[in-house]
Write a protein that binds this ligand. Sequence first.
Ligand code: HAM
Length: 429
Amino acid sequence: MPAFRAPRGTRDILPAERRVFAHVEGVASDLADRYGYRPIDVPLFEQSAVFERGVGAVTDIVEKELFRVSPSRGEERERWALRPEATAGIVRAYVEHGLRTWAQPVRFSLLGPMFRYDRPQAGRYRQFWQWDAEAIGDPGPGVDAELVELGLRFYRDCGLPDVGVKLNTIGDTACRPAYVADLAGYYRGHLSKLPTLERRRLETNPLRLLDSKEPAMVELNRDAPILWDRLCDPCAAHFAGVRTHLEALGIDYQLAPEIVRGLDYYTRTTFEFYRPGAEGQQDALGGGGRYDGLVELLGGQPTPAIGWALGLDRVVNALLEIGTDVEGEPAPVVVVVGADPEDTASRLRIATAARDAGLASRADLTHRRLGKQLEGAARDGAHFAAIVGDELAAGQILLRDLPAGTQRSVAVGDLVKELARADRTHRHG
Ligand code: HAM
């Protein structure tokens, strides 16, 4: 047993898996550039009030998942929390920097770790990564469809072509309260059938009961009142607009009244991305929605906005599960080895010169015998071994083509040029 382990709910991402992450992050930043979502970073921690806004509905994230941090000295009175998501921090930054003076909407993209003090389980971590995109300052509905389409394209480009989207609307402050009151009344009429957690949620956030996976609730929810029938005219028009735009893009979506989301700030459009066959709430690959009231709640002017966050750990897990071929470790073009086991300086100097020229190269810095060094070079998958020997005094070095098993003498001054030419021929045939 090692003395120390990564904290529960976190994990080390070792090089092979990190490469899959890098692939997925690369797809994300290319798409962000192509769609005009501009890169932003916000702190990994904020005053917890940025996340706990006390807007009525109590959510899991605020209720129990906030990862609080207390500084060991100074600023004791500040209450900090690690960010459970990026949206609140980005909106805080939008207000703080007066970005409403920029051309609207302002589109942002952020890739980074988030923290939730949740019970760890498969695909649910205490530190996880998201790609977050936000469009602040556009009332929609076109931008709602743009974001849904962007999410689906991301999954496709990563190598998950079958991801689907579930779409809902949760109305706004004009039509939601009356509906929530009716919904709560409906559940109260069946109080004896409600499991404990659902009974508690009925008091704090009745909408979340629609999303419950408890068998008793599945049946109850079949007959629960649906908001779609009671939307106010502007919300109904918005929802119809989102659907028209999705249809114009040829996007298949599933209407799903249970997509009410686990954060407090949503208005109107909500959606989640799923892999077919993995459609439980725990399995969402990503999700988001409109949050037309959040900018104001964080001290700004009333500003419509929408965004989503895609869980990168879940995408990477899915890619590893289906055995997607992501480019492996790049092999070095050359490993510099030497006949004199002690002369590591010459090997390092030559490898560094090759690196100056942009070639992937290593120096064998061990004191092993030459034979062992050559074995190591082959194991690294190197195309060439440059062998430093007595000829170095005469300005020569042996260049061995490892796969071909041939070797020739090259002037040290020409080595890098030779390698670059051979590497080009090798790669481009
Ligand atoms: P969320 O639904 O809480 O939304 O998270 C989005 C995605 O992050 C989830 O669908 C899931 O893939 C991933 N995720 C969440 N929690 C975990 C976890 N503990 N472990 C692994 N993956 C996780 C938001 O975060 C909103 N900020 C989305 C948004 C942006 N809405 C508007 N703008």
